[in-house]
Ligand binder design. Structure first.
Ligand code: LLP
Length: 417
């Protein structure tokens, strides 16, 4: 399997690595567009908006590609709001979820005119009411419902079961909605759910949608008729290795007919589906090492650059960018960080790679750079966006000086303890 098969030209990746250095994230605008179109086309039958989940990859260049396609944005913080606005998203096309929005974040979202400010608890509604009254500004609200629907995914990325911290408990939704309805500054525009991430079966989407529609019916019966849209989450799984990723058509069939029949618009908030396989992380082999009966390939990217293998034990394919048939061997691909959990792959079959050559870690367009850190005082890697036969450095590599920024080297102000 050559890297070109997956939509990247190995020669281009090599030349980017030469120019920009490694490790480096490289994203393909065309692969993102193809994913967007596939989902958009599958949903053609129902009025819909795809609100790209900025947390998956917040690079402004990537955001601009999605904005140009007509996407809205799904955000979880004011940092993401600023990023989405910087990329040109219209605030009205933004959905803001999150269990711990601060008062300042709520105010900024209301001031900006976010389209769906999703309430996640009765206590948060109090804070939203206070913020809107303070600003004397109308807020468009949604309720993120905890649908209590189980999914098969990594325990860290399940969000839709009733024991999760997310969303208003199902049986409290009507009460919260009624409270919103009594507030003159608010309109309840939508109900939302999010089941989890990397979901490979569409049946839970169907179950969750049916449950949300039951709530819509109950709300209508109680006189609340302002709901325009149902937001059926992100979470669509992708194929990293041998997973069976659902097709956009299967997803559409699971959710769209019922939403359409209820006379509602459909929102969805995919992150990973749109960008995961549109990104690779290019890293250089630094050393080969044999120890304790294991073959190690030491590369210049570690868990600080890409944490998914170490954090979730996630499998990401790794391909050498150099041609040639070389005998395969079983290796551990490890980074330079001082942790034994710092690996990109364990017991992986790779062709015999040599120091100095480049490897591409695939499926790293989502939850890659955004989860990077500077642990061990390592500057975070640059991000490059390829569009057709051109590319640009969408984010520069952090510098060692950046790492000292904000730190007080010689204290001049001391506070009395
Ligand atoms: N909407 C909400 C409210 C979310 O919490 C998430 C993801 C999404 C949308 C987008 O989900 P997606 O389509 O990307 O699955 N760091 C983990 C994934 C955490 C996802 C958290 N929420 C990983 O690397 O697998």
């Amino acid at each position: 399997m050559g890297a070109g098969v997956l939509g990247f030209d190995p020669a281009l990746l090599r030349s980017i690595a030469e120019r920009v250095g490694t490790p480096v994230y490289v994203y393909s605008a065309n692969l993102i567009r193809a994913q967007y179109h596939a989902l958009h086309d599958a949903l053609h039958d129902v009025p819909h908006r795809i609100c790209y989940s900025v947390k998956a990859n917040g690079n402004v260049g990537v955001l601009k590609v999605l904005k140009a396609l007509g996407a809205g944005a799904d955000i979880v913080s004011v940092g993401e709001l600023r990023r989405a606005l910087a990329a040109g998203f219209d605030a009205a096309s933004i959905v803001f979820s999150g269990v711990g929005k601060t008062g300042a974040e709520l105010e900024e979202a209301i001031r900006a005119g976010v389209g769906f400010l999703n309430i996640e608890s009765p206590a948060e509604l109090d804070a939203v009411i206070a913020a809107a009254h303070k600003l004397k500004k109308r807020a468009s609200l949604g309720i993120r419902v905890n649908p209590d629907v189980a999914t098969e995914t990594h325990p860290y990325t399940k969000t839709g079961e009733k024991t999760a911290k997310f969303g208003v408990p199902y049986d409290e939704v009507v009460r919260v909605a009624q409270r919103i309805a009594t507030e003159p500054l608010f309109g309840l525009r939508g109900l939302a759910m999010h089941l989890g991430s990397q979901i490979t079966d569409v049946e839970p989407y169907h179950r969750g949608t049916v449950k949300l529609l039951e709530l819509v019916t109950a709300l209508r019966a109680s006189g609340i008729t302002t709901i325009e849209a149902l937001d059926v989450g992100g979470g669509l799984g992708v194929r990293y290795h041998n997973e069976k990723a659902p097709t956009p058509q299967a997803f559409a069939e699971a959710v769209a007919p019922a939403v359409k029949q209820a006379g509602l618009a459909l929102l969805c908030e995919p992150g990973r589906y749109l960008v995961a396989n549109a990104g690779v992380l290019v890293t250089k082999v630094l050393y080969r090492k044999h120890a304790g009966g294991k073959e190690f390939v030491v590369v210049d990217a570690g868990m600080t650059d890409f944490v998914r293998p170490s954090h979730y034990n996630a499998h990401h394919e790794i391909l050498p960018l150099k041609d040639g048939n070389r005998p395969e061997e079983l290796v551990n691909v490890v980074g330079p960080i001082c942790e034994s959990g710092d690996f990109l792959a364990l017991d992986r079959k790779l062709p015999g790679v040599e120091p100095g050559e480049y490897l591409a870690v695939l499926g790293t367009g989502a939850y890659g750079f955004v989860m990077s850190s500077t642990y061990n005082q390592r500057p975070r890697p640059p991000e490059v966006l390829v569009d057709g036969d051109r590319y640009y450095i969408a984010r520069q590599r952090e510098t060692l000086d950046d790492l000292l920024r904000g730190e007080i080297l010689e204290p001049s102000t001391w506070y009395r303890a």
